[in-house]
Design a binder for this molecule. Structure first.
Ligand code: FMN
Length: 178
C-alpha cells in the first residue's frame, strides 16, 4: 500500500548539509501552520515556537555557546548544519504531556518538510545549553514564555546531501498480540 503520506514517512531521513537557498515566506508560513496544526493533549496548545533565520545573530550566539560548552572555542561547524531555517519548540513545564506534544509537532514539521521537497534534521543537542545556567537569558532572547522550557528543534532547508533512511529490526522492536 502506498500514498503520498506513506511515501514521505518512508523517504524522510535526516539532512546534515544544506544549500544556501533560502526558504520563501510562503514556505515558512506553511511550516508554521503545520506546527500549529499538530494535536496536543486536551487541545491545550501548550507549545511555543521560535522561528529562526539560519543567518540570525542569535543562532550564531547559541552555536558559539554550544561549542564552547564542549570545549571548542572557534567552531568551524554548527549544530544546525547551516540550514536556512531553524524552528525551536518549547513547552509549558509540568503538564505531563508536554514532551509528547513537542515530539508530535516536530514530526509534523519533519514530514511536511519532506513533502515540500525540503530536507530536515531534528535537533536535540542544544537542550542542556538552553535549559542550563543561561536559561533565563535565552528564554528572553528567544521569546520563550515564563514557565516554558525548550524541548526540541528542527533545522529545515534545501538538501545539500542525501542519506538513506535508518534501518530497523522489526523482530526485536515489535510484538504482535492476536
Ligand atoms: C529527539 C531527537 C533528537 C535529535 N537530535 C539530533 C541532534 O542534535 N543532531 C543531529 O544531527 N541529529 C539529531 N537527531 C537525528 C537522529 O540522529 C536521526 O533521526 C536518527 O539517527 C535516525 O536517522 P534518520 O532521521 O535519517 O532516519 C535527533 C533525533 C531525535 C528524534
Amino acid at each position: 500500500m502506498s500514498n503520498a503520506v506513506l511515501q514521505n514517512i518512508k523517504e524522510r531521513s535526516s539532512t546534515r548539509a544544506y544549500t544556501t537557498q533560502p526558504l520563501t515566506k510562503e514556505q515558512i508560513q506553511t511550516l508554521v501552520e503545520v506546527a500549529l496544526q499538530a494535536p496536543t493533549a486536551r487541545n491545550d496548545q501548550e507549545l511555543f515556537f521560535t522561528v529562526m533565520n539560519g543567518n540570525s545573530a542569535l543562532l550564531q550566539e547559541i552555536n558559539a555557546d554550544f561549542y564552547a560548552s564542549r570545549g571548542v572555542a572557534n567552531p568551524t561547524a554548527n549544530f544546525y548544519y547551516s540550514a536556512p531555517l531553524v524552528i525551536l519548540i518549547s513547552a509549558r513545564e509540568n503538564y505531563t504531556f508536554e514532551d509528547v506534544d513537542a515530539g508530535i509537532a516536530v514530526e509534523n514539521l519533519a514530514l511536511a518538510s519532506e513533502s515540500m521537497g525540503l530536507g530536515n534534521v531534528i535537533i536535540g543537542c542544544i537542550k542542556a545549553l538552553l535549559n542550563g545556567d543561561k536559561k533565563a537569558e535565552y528564554d528572553a532572547k528567544l521569546g520563550i514564555p515564563e514557565g516554558y522550557s525548550f524541548k526540541i528543534a528542527i533545522a529545515i532547508g534545501y538538501k545539500g546531501a542525501s542519506k538513506v533512511p535508518h534501518e530497523y529490526n522489526e523482530a526485536t522492536l515489535v510484538k504482535y498480540i492476536d
